[in-house]
Design a protein around this ligand. Structure first.
Ligand code: ZN
Length: 464
């Protein structure tokens, strides 16, 4: 083997493979489910575990940061180069709920390695992708002879991402001086597929609402009263039917105001990706693609805003029949937002639209969950190019660009810290985020280690 920096990183990574995987498995055994109060203690235990592990890794500063909800972990490893730029890595240590009976082949919080993959809740989203930074920074030091990273390296690993990060923005505002950075690396996304490494340039935002409609004060007899009073379940169905037009566009007035349209360059770059709709549909576990007319599937998922019904209900849903007019009915709707859409404004137009749909004699209650803003970094930004170079050295391939259809609190970091946000992820669509049998591909996990081993030198040069 030739002794290039890249092969030295690979060798170092391979030498530490077993210990790294044992540590990751130990972390995955902590069921840090932020959405379920019964796991509050586990979320705290997860933060403490990570903080201790980052200390072992060599970070001179590791702290648990309390919030009104779940704790976050902060770590700082200053560079010994006085001119070094500062980079903040963002990730989360909480996970989605998971239970064996949801369809898992093995216990979700008993990680197992099978066929070159580690299965377990959080393996990809996001513990695996946080954890590759520990071995990555060790490989960076070991192969460059440094005693401190080439950048001032900070980590902020929050504990409420899977619950919508309700306290994250306040935490970042409160600690903005400690978090100050020249660039933010978000380590909570994925790449195109196992053989097509990509860098993500942005994420969609998210606004969520619940609309509950009220009819009679209680369920009433459909024979005695049916046909003569308004039915809230029918009203909810009409509201849902009015959500999209025949072209699959969201029919809420003002919804598309300010939307950043795709450029021809971005559309051409997306089209370079080896997209196969049949394969994609298998990952989507769906029978057909559908959506807004005039856009490809990738464009729909990455660069177009959406409205999706997440749940709908009301009235009798037990066995057999029950002849009633239900007292109430509800629908839960989520909106994915793209650059140019402000959640506050979206909530206003959704509320105005929904209220206009409610028929006379029907009461309503519309509630919004905390929203997440969209985020986008230009393709030609030097820091984005540095990420692509680091990834190219790890993978030995040309790096293409994608976006992420999901949402995260990255835009808060961008707004508060005034730093560009870059997305680095090695997860692939088949990893099963939020689904049963979540896994991470071990080969890719170690490419993540190698990428971060190269990244600090590349970013130090690009941001100087
Ligand atoms: Zn995540």
């Amino acid at each position: 083997m030739s002794d290039t920096p890249d092969s030295a990183v690979r060798t170092y990574t391979e030498q530490h493979r077993t210990a790294f995987l044992d540590d990751l498995a130990a972390w995955l055994r902590i069921p840090s489910v932020s959405a379920q109060p019964v796991h509050d203690g586990d979320v705290r235990r997860s933060a403490e575990w990570l903080s201790a592990k980052l200390g072992e890794t060599g970070f001179p500063v590791t702290e648990i940061w309390e919030t009104p909800g779940a704790p976050a972990v902060f770590a700082h490893w200053p560079s010994d180069d006085p001119d070094a730029p500062t980079v903040l890595v963002y990730g989360h240590h909480d996970v989605q709920p998971a239970a064996r009976e949801d369809g898992w082949d093995t216990e979700p919080f008993e990680p197992v390695i099978r066929d070159g993959r580690m299965y377990g809740r959080g393996a990809a989203d996001d513990k695996g992708q946080v954890f590759f930074h520990t071995l990555g920074v060790r490989a960076h030091l070991a192969t460059t002879g440094r005693t401190a990273p080439a950048v001032n390296l900070k980590l902020l690993i929050e504990g409420e991402e899977e619950s919508g990060s309700p306290n994250f923005r306040a935490l970042v505002e409160e600690r903005a001086d400690r978090l100050a950075a020249d660039a933010v690396i978000v380590s909570d996304t994925g790449m195109w597929d196992e053989s097509t490494p990509t860098v993500c340039t942005g994420m969609r935002g998210l606004a969520e609402c619940e609309i509950e409609l009220y009819g009679p004060e209680q369920d009433i007899h459909s024979g005695s009263f049916g046909g003569a009073v308004p039915n809230p379940a029918t009203a909810v169905a009409r509201l849902v039917a009015a959500l999209h037009d025949a072209d699959g566009r969201v029919a809420i007035p003002g919804f598309y105001d300010g939307v950043a349209e795709l450029t021809d360059t971005e559309r051409a770059l997306f089209a370079e990706l080896p997209f196969d709709e049949a394969t994609w549909l298998r990952t989507a576990k769906s029978r057909a693609a559908s959506g807004e007319t005039g856009y490809s599937t990738l464009e729909r998922v990455w660069a177009r805003p959406t409205a999706e019904v997440n749940g709908i209900g009301g009235g009798y849903q037990g066995a057999g029949s029950k002849t009633i007019i239900p007292s109430s009915a509800l629908v839960k709707i989520s909106f994915r937002l793209v650059a140019g859409q402000e959640p506050d404004r979206i909530q206003q137009v959704v509320r105005a639209w929904a209220e206009a749909q409610v028929p006379a004699g029907v009461g309503h209650r519309i509630t919004f969950s905390p929203a997440t803003r969209p985020c986008l970094t230009p393709l030609d930004h030097p820091a984005l190019q540095a990420v692509a170079r680091a990834m190219g050295r790890a993978f030995g391939r040309k790096i293409l660009f994608t976006r992420e259809g999901g949402s995260g609190p990255a835009a808060d970091l961008q707004d508060v810290l005034g730093a560009p946000v870059l997305f680095l992820g090695i997860s692939v669509p088949s990893d099963g985020w939020h689904a049963p049998n979540e896994k991470v591909e071990l080969d890719l996990l170690f490419k993540g280690v190698e990428t971060t081993a190269h990244l600090w030198g590349e970013l130090a040069a690009a941001l100087r």
